[in-house]
Design a protein around this ligand. Sequence first.
Ligand SMILES: Cc1cc2nc3c(=O)[nH]c(=O)nc-3n(C[C@H](O)[C@H](O)[C@H](O)COP(=O)(O)O)c2cc1C
Length: 360
Amino acid sequence: MMQWTDVHYRKLARLLTRRTLLFTEMIPAAAIVDAFEAKDGSLGQLLAFDAEQRPLAVQIGGSNPALMARAAGLCAKAGFDEVNLNVGCPSSKVTTGGYGACLMKSPQLVREIAVACLAACGGRNGVPVTVKHRLGVDDCDSWEELQDFVRTVASAGVTHFIVHARKALLGVLSCEGNRTIPPLKYDWVWALSRTFPQLTFELNGGVDSLDEVQQLFSKRPLRGVMVGRAAYKTPWILSQADATLFGAENPGHSREEVLDLYLDYASAYFHAQQRAGLVSTPSAALELEQLLAAPLSNLFEDETHLFRVALLREVAARETDDASSRRHDSVPLPTFMLRRAAACAAEAVAAARAEKSQAV
Ligand SMILES: Cc1cc2nc3c(=O)[nH]c(=O)nc-3n(C[C@H](O)[C@H](O)[C@H](O)COP(=O)(O)O)c2cc1C
């Protein structure tokens, strides 16, 4: 999810679950190819991930088969476990670029893209190429058109489809509207899996808990269930995923341990960026700490909003601290303050818990 499932979110997620498949944000194919051609290390930065984040799928977006193939090949080389093609994004920026959800109207083009990407990823025995799509788009939304889309794309050799189980209305609804207003139709995903038993399907849309994931698995022959917003907004639900869904051991950390481990990571990341000369001003430090704080801010969200509110307030308060330090003659390098902010936020949670237990 763009601006959500970045490298920092994925770090947090891996402290909670080791077995689930994680996804990157969508990366435009052109950005990947441009970064490669720049030969300045930017490709490494764009596609960087620690091996512990695997299994990890990268999602790419674009409509030019040759460009998509080059990007897919670079991603395969970078070590991702799956290359996923975005055929579901309704954002006007993306669809005016001719890709994302609008590609559902051009199944033959998606087929061409898939053929090229599969070849670039090593064919049948290489890195799997999968497609994430909607049930339809605008007035191209009939069951027959959906079947035709899947059949056509599958003829390229794609065998796994992730279905966001609602249509998109381009230019009419906002991105947010396109994630909430068109009704979810899970029965169409069941129907796809019955119609194409040789293919596998993964259901996405409106799944908020592990209980719901389990229920979906128990009823139907699904290969997977993708949880989007809930996995970001209430990441703690992931802490039971390995045992519940895979029969494996959960990492087993408490929230407080996850907090500490993530802060160690964030501190190391902040200081590495500082050593690279990228965090020398207060505004750069604020920006980076906001980025690092964003996934962490949701860690207690299913229990209380207090942690998020306090954490983000404390991070923003760095502006005042830095402004006062600027009054001195020599301006020191900005310091890492997220740990202090998190301590204040954790105190707010502890106080709320104490109050609650007194009230009981
Ligand atoms: C902030 C945000 C960014 C998203 N970015 C992407 C993206 O980059 N690629 C994608 O396929 N879907 C993206 N989505 C859509 C989700 O992957 C998912 O399909 C959608 O939210 C429905 O699933 P959910 O109800 O579990 O959230 C995004 C959603 C949100 C809220």
